[in-house]
Design a protein around this ligand. Structure first.
Ligand code: KMH
Ligand code: ZN
Length: 278
């Protein structure tokens, strides 16, 4: 089995310091969380950025500052900015995270529209998805295909048939927002992607470590972090993203799966890394 790629989704756009005081807003706080996650074994940082007051933003300048600052302390890490941003943002706002210099190696591409809790709808029309894919391909950015149910895998495969995706395809199965976070449904998702694809499981809330354990056994990769879950265990808030990554590393070690370094993750994902060194 390949070594395990651990992604840390350190910030998100929805969680706040009221939910967990360690949720980062400022550049210093985002760097602190990235550093703790990398030190614990994360090789990919899934990145959202905020204004200092916690308001989510897709400002190109804010991404540039955060990514430059993270690279100073984690020079090898794979930075994966979000193009999802926050519910209600325009497509042009969202795409700014791919306009940084150098262009990102990796970024998310959300593959469908879904209910996002309460009255919120996270809108990704076909035109949005195809356009984001085309822009990312033109900029040489490898997409992580964010799929919240099996139908979104089918949408991603339609985008692929237009020649808009870099190969091998890499999926992130977000479990517990739309599709249930069960092992049965995770196996259904994993069995629905083309042979040769790679995938990560992101379990939301209390399913984070169940989905991590299942993905580790199944040969997938793992995402943890404050964006998805704020607790180390029932009733115990995680003090840092590093603590969540450490727990995923412990589970992997118990199950006999080695952890991939950033260089090994680039090889598994077919990301060259040339840009990271620019
Ligand atoms: N914050 C969500 C509305 C992504 O990063 O691409 C979108 C999201 C997905 O987090
Ligand atoms: Zn995200």
């Amino acid at each position: 089995m390949e070594k395990l790629i651990i992604t840390a989704a350190i910030c998100g756009a929805e969680v706040t310091k009221k939910n967990n005081p360690a949720v980062p807003y400022t550049i210093d706080e985002i760097v602190r969380e990235a550093e703790s996650a990398c030190a614990a074994g994360a090789s990919v940082i899934h990145l959202h950025v905020r204004e200092d007051d916690g308001t989510p933003t897709q400002s190109r300048e804010r991404f540039q500052e955060c990514m430059d600052a993270i690279r100073k302390v984690c020079p090898e890490v794979i930075l994966q900015p979000s193009t999802g941003g926050a519910v209600g943002m325009t497509d042009l706002e969202r795409l700014q995270s791919t306009e940084v210099t150098p262009a990102p190696e990796f970024a998310t591409l959300d593959c469908g529209t879904l209910n996002f809790g309460g009255d919120e709808i996270f809108v990704n029309t076909d035109n949005t998805i195809f356009n984001f894919a085309a822009v990312m391909k033109e900029r040489g950015v490898k997409p992580e295909l964010e799929v919240f149910d099996k139908g979104m895998i089918d949408i991603a495969l339609r985008v692929d048939r237009k020649g808009l995706l870099l190969h091998p395809l890499h999926f992130d199965f977000v479990m517990g927002v739309q599709i249930a976070a069960t092992v049965r449904d995770l196996a259904f998702m994993a069995g629905s992607v083309p042979p040769g694809s790679t995938w990560t499981a992101a379990g939301i809330g209390k399913s984070e470590f169940d989905m991590a354990a299942a993905a580790i056994i199944m040969g997938g990769h793992v995402r943890v972090g404050f964006e998805d879950n704020l607790y180390l265990e029932k009733g115990v808030l995680a003090a840092s993203n590093g603590e969540l990554v450490e727990k995923a590393v412990k589970i992997a070690k118990l199950l006999g799966r080695e952890i991939a370094s950033p260089a090994e993750s680039r090889r598994i994902l077919s990301i060259s890394g040339a840009r990271a060194a620019e």
